[in-house]
Design a protein around this ligand. Structure first.
Ligand SMILES: [Zn+2]
Length: 196
């Protein structure tokens, strides 16, 4: 069975948000229309405590979008975004949520970031998404949402490593950095993923 995973379609990742993905709002009607094609739709939600370690503001002297280190792992320092229970962390108002059966939150541990919907970036803790999908008999996942070169890519890639068939839906995602997403696509194809 196929499932659609809608990654982080939250206000802060849309134009006007704290960490905007250019043209991110263009995917909303596409993602809404796609949902009808899947027997199961789930979503992920970036859900950080204030002063999360991935925020530049938590590191004296660090600038947003600069590369640094967090607890031994390379880390892009982001603007403060998707802080728990703020408007920026809410799903986009235009996103149809009726068919989203479950939401998997990530990024709660202040010491580690979490791009993938399956695990944190150190693969230390699972979100429960894998078990949920297996429990529902899912064998193939299609990934949409924001941003293509980070959370969508890592979700698709982890799905492959867990043995799911995995596709990234190109029309239903947008990247922060086009060159970074081109490299990510190459890597994803090499690992056995497919692009739709
Ligand atoms: Zn985040």
């Amino acid at each position: 069975m196929k499932a659609l995973i809608i990654v982080d379609i939250q206000n802060d990742f849309l134009p006007g948000g704290a960490l905007p993905v250019a043209d991110g709002d263009a995917i909303l009607p596409i993602v809404n229309a796609l949902q009808a094609e899947y027997p199961l739709v789930v979503a992920t939600q970036d859900w950080h405590p204030a002063r999360h370690g991935s925020f530049a503001s938590a590191h004296p002297g660090a600038q947003p979008y600069e590369l640094g280190e967090l607890d031994g792992l390379p880390q892009v320092f982001w603007p403060d975004h998707c802080v728990q229970s703020t408007a920026g962390a809410e799903f986009a108002e235009e996103l149809d949520q009726e068919r989203i059966e479950a939401v998997f939150r990530k990024g709660m541990d202040p010491r580690i970031d979490s791009y993938s919907g399956f695990f944190d970036n150190g693969q230390k803790k699972a979100t429960g998404l894998e078990a949920y999908l297996r429990g529902r008999g899912v064998t193939e996942v299609h990934v949409a949402g924001l941003a293509a070169d980070y959370c969508v890519y890592y979700t698709g890639k982890d799905a492959l490593s867990l043995g799911f068939k995995s596709a990234i839906l190109l029309e239903a995602t947008r990247a922060i950095d086009a060159a970074g997403f081109a490299l990510a696509q190459e890597q994803f194809l090499k690992l056995g993923g497919f692009l739709l």
